[in-house]
Design a binder for this molecule. Sequence first.
Ligand code: SF4
Length: 309
Amino acid sequence: MAATETPVVANEAAPATNGAPLGGRTVAADRRRLLAWYEPRRDAYPWRSRGPDPYVVLVSEVMLQQTQAPRVVPIFEAFLARFPHVRALAAAPVSDVIVAWAGLGYHRRAVALHRSARTIVEEHRGEVPRELGALRALPGVGPYTASAVASIAFGEPVAAVDTNVRRIAARYLLGREADEPPPGDVGRAADAWVPRVGSGDWNQALMDLGRDVCRPRPRCDACPFGACRFRAAGRRGGSSPRRQPPFEGSLREVRGRVLAALRAAPSTSEAALVADLAEPPERVAAAVAGLVDDGLATTDRDGRISLAS
Ligand code: SF4
């Protein structure tokens, strides 16, 4: 399909499928189906049941960037008990935030979130901004996270397009896999699909659908849409997402073990880390250098290493 053929879904009465071969369903009717499917899931996670507190939404979205929801739940709750509002997070030393992040991995997010909290206090009077541009300017906040916060916390009618949502939008709206249309088509179609009211629920419903139903190998029989352009075209999906390299034996694993050691002791030396972790000195040195570069650790003039303060 050429770029000019991208369907615009602003028209609620538009047929949901090319040529409406599936009983004349409309975009509006399918939207209601998805939201009804989502309804019992509304309170599935604590960040949803707490209501649209922008700080809570920001914390949860940063945690969910690279960590699955079930793993996030207990850490999220302890994190909010320790830092209940943005000023508490901004006032804390970054080492406390790194300690509270234990178990989530990808600790650069902790440093970025802490910097975001300080930016919000210093530049936005302690209020998470609602404008996409201001959200994008926060450390560690990319286009997806900015749109998720803007829609969930503030009801801004913007699409939060991650890998899962991109897959659904491409299939449902364009009848194709996400990597097949010209660049920009899927994002534009997803933007036009967002309802003017209830964008937060809409985006979260699509996120759930992409994670649980419209997976790389879609479970169309369990889909609240029942059918779509992709399915009507006889497509069955099945391409596997690119797998991450194994964590075990990686430098990421060594970084995680160094961080765990730094959480347990106020400071240590590279030699002690080599002995404790039973890792080659060059791997420990590389892990420590990476942690220092990422703002997670510091070294003093005697070479003692500690969590960044
Ligand atoms: S019908 Fe199948 S391919 Fe279409 S949106 Fe639902 S799960 Fe995805």
